[in-house]
Design a protein around this ligand. Sequence first.
Ligand SMILES: Cc1cc2nc3c(=O)[nH]c(=O)nc-3n(C[C@H](O)[C@H](O)[C@H](O)COP(=O)(O)OP(=O)(O)OC[C@H]3O[C@@H](n4cnc5c(N)ncnc54)[C@H](O)[C@@H]3O)c2cc1C
Ligand SMILES: NC(=O)c1ccc[n+]([C@@H]2O[C@H](COP(=O)([O-])OP(=O)(O)OC[C@H]3O[C@@H](n4cnc5c(N)ncnc54)[C@H](O)[C@@H]3O)[C@@H](O)[C@H]2O)c1
Length: 449
Amino acid sequence: MQTVDVIVIGTGSAGVSAAEAAREAGKSVAIIDKQPFGGTCSQRGCDPKKVLVGVAEISARSSWMTGKGIDKQPKISWADLMAFKRTFTEPIPDRTVEKFKDEGLKQFHGVATFILADTIRVNDKEIKGKQIVIASGNKPMTLGIPGEELLIDSTGFLDLDELPDEIVLVGGGYIAFEFANVAMRAGAKVTIINDTPRPLGGFDPDLVDLLVKTMEDAGITILVNAAVSGISGKPGKLTVEYKQDGKTQSVKAGLAVHAAGRAPDIDELALDVAGVTVGKKGVVVNDYMQSVSNPAVYACGDVAEKGLPLTPMASYEGKIVGTNLVEGNTTKYEQQPVPTTVYAIPPMASVGLTEAKAKEQGKKVKVIFKDAVSWYTSKRINEPAAGSKILIDSKTDEIVGAHLLGEGSDEVINIFAVAMAHKITASDLTKTIYAYPTRSSDISYMLKE
Ligand SMILES: Cc1cc2nc3c(=O)[nH]c(=O)nc-3n(C[C@H](O)[C@H](O)[C@H](O)COP(=O)(O)OP(=O)(O)OC[C@H]3O[C@@H](n4cnc5c(N)ncnc54)[C@H](O)[C@@H]3O)c2cc1C
Ligand SMILES: NC(=O)c1ccc[n+]([C@@H]2O[C@H](COP(=O)([O-])OP(=O)(O)OC[C@H]3O[C@@H](n4cnc5c(N)ncnc54)[C@H](O)[C@@H]3O)[C@@H](O)[C@H]2O)c1
């Protein structure tokens, strides 16, 4: 049995931030992962995904400009694209192991399970920790439908050697909208099947409608009010069943991908042994990111029931945990605007309240919706859809929410996040001089009533 000051479960953005802060302060730290070291974002999420999206964007932009300076649509070579993607992902485990070695972290490869409130087993080793950090992330949620084992998950899609001709995406959230454009641009026939009336719940409905129409026009089938109820067949020859308007219908696919939501990865941890309370979205923590039921345990990132399950939040929460491990509970989780982007084509980005949420909270806001497809920034690239919806506090003139669709939205959303975080008013944003012509230089038009 080894004893350390801190045990960290998970080597993603959350776990690493906590572990490094504790180690830098001189604590002995053990870090554990059951998968190759480096976590989801860099190996199985954000980073490889955006490499694929980058190529799909070139294809989309070429198709928009065909006959306007482009005369031949480039063809995506899936094999070459995968090989390029792997130049990013494959070095990560070894690089992470080396970095951890230099930092003096004690590394354990395997599944972590609590055997006592302060002791973890990994393979045949037992480690006792004065404090334990759970940073085990999320995993695809169990759907409870027959044949769900025939689905591949996002990790599988991001590492496909060959792209089948027909792909069904089960669910209509972030993953479906990002993967659909990649697969369609690479030559597959793509169907998204979403159970609710409008996909991408939580985003602005007017912009979602524009995005849905654009993707449908580009050839992607998007079924709504359609709950996937079963998958049958064998790999390569699948039938995906769904219930729509009270009827069971089906679609054939070479591949069906789980894009129906993620849930905390806690099943193997035996959290009951440690007396750690778990809610619907993960480990229940207080504002110090400390378990509400076991003060020796902290949780951060996707697995903690706080904040959105996004990479910048995982790092933010991991840093809070790191500080609190070292200094005692000094740093609290602060509510702040969290920008997020769906890397669809074109991308859609959001920060702050939606119109519906502002109404629910009884906020008096000005709502400025603009369809921007005829603006120069979009016309220049013959983009099929663009728009914005900005919510401004009627009293203070501060930005309450910003929702953007169109090329460049993933960058411009950060300007709105800065404005919200630092209470820069809509009038100040309008007066600012921006480099022209850029999507940011459209901000003054987005804010004009
Ligand atoms: C396809 C996809 C695309 C995404 N794109 C974006 C994006 O563009 N932008 C964005 O902000 N976010 C994106 N996300 C979300 C983002 O990846 C996560 O929010 C972030 O990686 C969470 O970090 P984490 O440290 O909490 O968990 P993770 O990085 O998931 O790390 C948790 C680690 O814990 C390990 N683990 C779990 N249980 C155990 C156990 N019992 N024992 C040992 N180890 C264990 C896991 O193997 C894993 O490596 C995406 C997610 C997916 C799936
Ligand atoms: N760009 C990004 O930041 C990014 C990208 C990918 C993933 N992520 C993270 O990963 C999480 C998971 O992504 P996701 O796309 O899997 O989930 P999601 O929660 O974004 O969307 C899941 C969708 O599937 C639908 N659904 C659920 N069960 C269904 C069924 N049986 N039939 C049809 N539809 C069904 C839901 O109603 C929902 O619309 C996201 O919430 C996000 O936190 C972020």
